[in-house]
Design a protein around this ligand. Structure first.
Ligand code: ATP
Ligand code: MG
Length: 304
């Protein structure tokens, strides 16, 4: 049992990732025979694969609200929300314990693909690093002369292998995803990822927000075998969100990439930690600025 997840009557804790805790109904023996999974988002924040202290107040609820809002926007894409899970003013179904209401989703357990389906519409982060070294990202050649934060000629699919807890995810080529999951699934994962990104980026852009890049996770439905959108979707943890007006007007990379995600945390950590040993505690002003930017993103997107 992870010390940061708490006991929920009627549910057994089965897994804790860096940010989320998974529970199954207590009569199930694990994820394999569970009819439902409760995915609870905590306020934990991770950067460079380390969970930091303290958490960001309200982050778990924000991630959950954003995911639910996006699942609703992308209604034509099969997703893992259980059928009775609707956004009817009241956020969630009766089965969700009060203790985690607002930051939990009730989902169908899927056989997850071991691939982080990353799509980039803009060049930055690990994509920018790889491009500077090789002129390519995940094997995809890009035009010469691109700068950090530039928009790409078209969105690209740059998958990563989902490393077990404690190891670092690794950028891989499309061909490697074929070896991992087969030609058919690999092709579908790429097509779905690009289509969802394109649809979502257009929705966000109408609200003055750029989705620079994002990561999707998919699983296979155990009954129908349908490839199903799972995990969190288009949250500020799984995506880089920038202010579109700042990007258009900005002269420097810093001005162009005014972010609504945890880049504030990453930047502070990169400047104050040599990545050895335990990361330092986040100062209160960094926590507050991050929380405020998260709230602003939600307002911009959902209008709430
Ligand atoms: P991180 O995302 O920070 O790299 P993580 O992926 O290990 O870490 P979390 O995101 O905190 O951990 O936990 C969510 C876990 O639940 C992930 O392992 C994800 O693959 C899994 N998951 C999401 N949706 C489903 C689903 N419908 N069925 C089974 N597992 C799922
Ligand atoms: Mg995850």
């Amino acid at each position: 049992m992870n010390p940061t997840s708490s006991a929920l009557p009627g549910w057994s804790h089965v897994y804790s990732g860096k940010v989320r805790d998974l529970y199954v109904p207590e009569q199930a023996s694990g994820l394999d025979d569970a009819a439902a999974v409760l995915v609870v988002a905590s306020d934990r924040v991770s950067a460079f694969d380390h969970v930091l202290e303290p958490g960001i107040p309200g982050k778990g609820e924000l991630l959950t609200t954003l995911s639910l809002w996006w699942f609703d926007q992308l209604a034509d894409v099969p997703n893992h929300l259980l059928a009775d899970h609707r956004l009817d003013g009241e956020r969630v179904v009766d089965d969700i314990p009060d203790a985690v209401a607002g930051r939990a989703m009730l989902v169908k357990p899927l056989d997850m693909y071991p691939i982080e389906c990353v799509v980039r519409g803009y060049l930055t982060g690990s994509g920018w690093s790889e491009y500077q070294a090789t002129g390519r990202v995940c094997g995809i050649p890009l035009p010469a002369g691109l700068a950090n934060g530039d928009r790409l000629p078209e969105p690209i699919y740059t998958p990563a292998w989902k490393a077990p807890l404690g190891q670092h995810d690794e950028n891989i080529s499309f061909e490697r995803t074929v070896e991992l999951v087969g030609q058919d699934a690999a092709t579908q994962l790429r097509a779905l990822s690009l289509a969802i990104y394109t649809e979502a980026a257009a929705i966000a852009e109408r609200r003055g927000v750029i989705i620079a890049d994002t990561k999707f996770e998919f699983g296979r439905d155990r009954g129908t075998e349908t490839i199903t959108l799972a995990d969190e979707v288009l949250t500020s943890d799984s995506s880089r969100y920038w202010d579109a007006a700042a990007w258009a007007a900005g002269a420097t990379p810093e001005e162009r990439m005014a972010s609504f995600d945890k880049q504030i945390v990453r930047d502070w950590l990169a400047a104050n930690w040599d990545k050895n040993g335990v990361p330092p505690e986040l100062p209160a002003n960094i926590v507050e600025r991050t929380a405020a930017r998260y709230r602003e993103l939600l307002e911009r997107l959902t209008g709430e």
